[in-house]
Design a protein around this ligand. Structure first.
Ligand SMILES: Cc1cc2nc3c(=O)[nH]c(=O)nc-3n(C[C@H](O)[C@H](O)[C@H](O)COP(=O)(O)O)c2cc1C
Length: 392
């Protein structure tokens, strides 16, 4: 499957998987993909496969308890989540972001938008309005052919952001590779959304204390995609998320998106011809930005925006994150999502025969970039990326 085709086709699948076994050679291929993903040295993540039905049931129990906390504790997390939910769970077909809940009768939509809101959420929560949701989530944890836990090794670097970004990039490689192999994939980030839940999951899997559980995911097959009622196939338009020259600068006029003949797995492996040091063309940039646009984010909040510019005579993209578009309950999810968008950019650049240089910006760099590109305070500067031809 061609790179951008896989990036656009990849979807989170939330319906139950069939019991069909995923062949072991496919799983080892996916493990190879994880091993050649961007990483520090030594590799800072570890994947732990979960086969045992008792352990799966234990993970489901963790989610139930975690959900239960919402209704029992009247803390900050509780208030935040219930004020944000209605914003990201959408019913209308026109919604450009959030997760769209299909197949809801009109009366139920009205009821849910009130029942999941900040004011009445606690009451309806206690009455069990989320029970069906929790049940289907737990069913997905328990019945699936392949389930993995994703752990960060704190010994590698307990404070730097790079290890978790790399983990996010690795996960995006796995999602895309699974898509290109005809498999379905779902992140199960709820299991690690809070420190308490993440600690319980780590203990349950028998991992030592230096490992932190940051995500879980499942892979399998399904024959019932038409039953999918929660979808997030909307993305903000490029013209709304790309700034030219500086923040709020000229409008971006997206080019028609080209097609390359580079296959996803080849791009992941870094195979494919590199171009000489020619300028990055407009259609290269559109291709790369289109790939960035389709990166998955928790609750499909799509916080990323991009400034297209030149730095030191080279085409560059400054990646921003709008803090006003926050996942209701982010946990490690936000940082993992950043790694995902960076990986889409890397792979798309490779498909165009280009290379990227992703800068690890320190605080002072960020302040300079903020000033240079007139970036408002509510935007976090994720990184600055140079895109160029040539092999260096
Ligand atoms: C780190 C991470 C964790 C996620 N956790 C969950 C999850 O627990 N359950 C779920 O259904 N989707 C989860 N998602 C999927 C997002 O909701 C999804 O990517 C987003 O809505 C966009 O939809 P798409 O993946 O179909 O394009 C997660 C995504 C990321 C990046």
């Amino acid at each position: 499957m061609e790179v951008l085709e896989a990036i656009r086709k990849r979807r989170t699948v939330r319906v139950p998987f069939t019991g069909e076994k995923v062949p072991e050679d496919i799983i080892s291929m996916l493990m190879d993909v994880s091993n050649i993903s961007p990483s520090g040295d030594p590799i800072s993540w570890r994947l732990a496969r979960v086969d045992d039905a008792v352990v799966k049931a234990g993970l489901a129990r963790i989610v139930k308890e975690d959900f239960g906390d919402y209704f029992q504790k009247d803390g900050e997390r509780f208030r935040r989540v219930f004020s944000e939910y209605p914003k990201w769970l959408r019913f209308s077909a026109e919604a450009q972001d959030g997760i769209r809940l299909g197949s809801f009768p009109k009366a139920a939509r009205y009821f849910y938008s009130i029942a999941l809101g900040r004011r009445f959420g606690p009451l309806f929560g206690k009455l069990g309005v989320m029970n069906a949701e929790i049940k289907s989530y737990c069913r997905n944890i328990m019945s699936n052919p392949v389930l993995f836990g994703v752990f960060l090794d704190r010994r590698v670097n307990s404070t730097a952001i790079t290890p978790i970004l790399n983990t996010g990039s690795m996960l995006q490689n796995l999602r895309l590779a699974a898509t290109s192999l005809g498999l379905c994939y779902q992140d199960l980030g709820w299991i690690t959304a809070t420190k308490t839940a993440s600690d319980k999951a780590r203990k349950l899997l028998g991992m030592l204390e230096n490992y932190v559980a940051v995500n879980f995911f499942r892979i399998g097959y399904t024959d019932g995609l038409e039953r999918e009622s929660k979808r997030s196939d909307f993305r903000r338009n490029l013209k709304d998320i790309v700034h030219v020259g500086q923040f709020g600068g000229n409008k971006y006029h997206a080019q028609p998106i080209k097609k390359t003949d580079i296959q996803l797995l080849d791009a992941i492996r870094g195979q494919g011809a590199k171009r000489d040091s020619q300028p990055v063309l407009e259609d290269d940039m559109s291709y790369i930005l289109e790939a960035a646009r389709w990166a998955p984010t928790g609750f499909n909040v799509q916080p990323f925006e991009f400034i297209v510019t030149e730095r030191d005579g080279v085409a560059a993209i400054v990646v921003l994150e709008n803090r006003e578009r926050r996942d209701p309950d982010p946990g490690p999810c936000e940082a993992l999502a950043r790694g995902g968008v960076l990986q889409n950019i890397r792979l798309a650049a490779r498909a165009c025969g280009l290379i990227v240089e992703i800068k690890n910006l320190i605080a002072i760099d960020k302040e300079n970039v903020r000033e240079e590109f007139c970036i408002p305070k509510q935007y976090t500067i994720v990184t600055s990326i140079k895109v160029k031809g040539g092999s260096k």
